[in-house]
Design a protein around this ligand. Structure first.
Ligand SMILES: O=C(O)c1cc(=O)[nH]c(=O)n1[C@@H]1O[C@H](COP(=O)(O)O)[C@@H](O)[C@H]1O
Length: 276
């Protein structure tokens, strides 16, 4: 199924706008995952994330594994492959967003598209639009998959370039307008907008209509759920994938980590739904 349709079906059927972020950091794992050999780390990455996925799937409109948390470790890429295969097999209704923030010349971008969509089997991938249309083309052409472009990121440095004036408008608005008007001909584009910039989120929603928005930055980064939903929801009350990673993964450091993650995911889903 196309990413856009899978996401829409998940929003409707599971009544959730929560994206569960999978950023596994072995230093924060419960005792049970302590690796005795360096090679055990990859197995621990997989097993910890699998437990989180199985505990939180009911509350998730998407899962978002961050590739660096896997590829930083020997064997980590194989663990990521196993994890996405597990999600696709056990929770086939929940789309997977590979957070890799790719962007390069077209020939290299083609390889990145194969990596995300064929090697890993992701439904969508995060992309950096800085290199322009031809760098996005190999991803856009795979029109059953989602292309989620950075627009206004959640970090403090987002202002350094993204808010510079270009032809009288901030660059992030120009990016939103260009992607909505020119790049989204197959309806497979979405944008990343940080929860930490609710005013900018409102402007972006006004530019892009009902395009899906991936919203990182609630929880650990301090973004406010009410402001995100009020400023970012589409006209039908959906349109958002509101991500939390650390707030769910490390809800409890002990043996009850999976139950605590489920509780954190359920309460964030409910908090989001209260403002829709
Ligand atoms: O593309 C992203 O997912 C992303 C964009 C952005 O502007 N800010 C941002 O935090 N992210 C990612 O979203 C996740 C946020 O994690 P938490 O702050 O722990 O919820 C991390 O995986 C980041 O890499």
């Amino acid at each position: 199924m196309r990413f856009a349709d899978k996401l829409r079906a998940r929003w409707d059927e599971a009544d959730t706008l929560l994206c569960v972020g999978l950023d596994p950091d072995p230093a924060k794992f419960p005792e049970a995952f302590a690796a005795s050999e360096p090679d055990d780390t990859a197995d621990a990455l997989f097993a910890f994330c699998r437990d989180i996925v199985d505990a939180t799937a009911a509350y998730a409109c998407a899962f978002k594994p961050q590739i660096a948390y896997f590829s930083a470790h020997n064997g980590g890429e194989a663990a990521l492959q196993r994890l996405i295969a597990h999600i696709n097999g056990a929770h086939p209704d929940v789309p997977v967003i590979l957070d890799a923030k790719r962007g390069d010349i077209g020939s290299t971008a083609s390889q990145y598209a194969i990596e995300a969509f064929d090697r890993y089997g992701a439904d969508a991938v995060t992309l950096n639009p800085y290199m322009g249309r031809d760098s996005a083309e190999p991803f856009l052409q795979r029109n059953d998959r989602g292309c989620i472009f950075l627009c206004h990121t959640s970090n403090p440095g987002a202002r350094d370039f993204q808010e510079l004036q270009v032809d009288g408008v901030p660059l992030y608005q120009r990016i939103a307008r260009t992607i909505a008007a020119d790049w989204n001909t197959d309806g497979n584009c979405a944008l990343v907008v940080g929860a930490t910039y609710p005013g900018e989120l409102k402007v972006i929603r006004g530019i892009v209509g009902d395009m899906p928005l991936l919203i990182p930055g609630v929880g650990a980064q301090g973004g406010d759920v009410e402001a995100v939903v009020r400023n970012g929801a589409a006209a039908d009350g959906a349109g958002l994938m509101i991500n939390s990673s650390r707030g769910i993964l490390y809800a409890s450091p002990g043996a009850g980590y999976a139950e605590a993650a489920a509780d954190a995911a359920r309460s964030l889903r409910d908090a989001i739904n209260r403002f829709r």
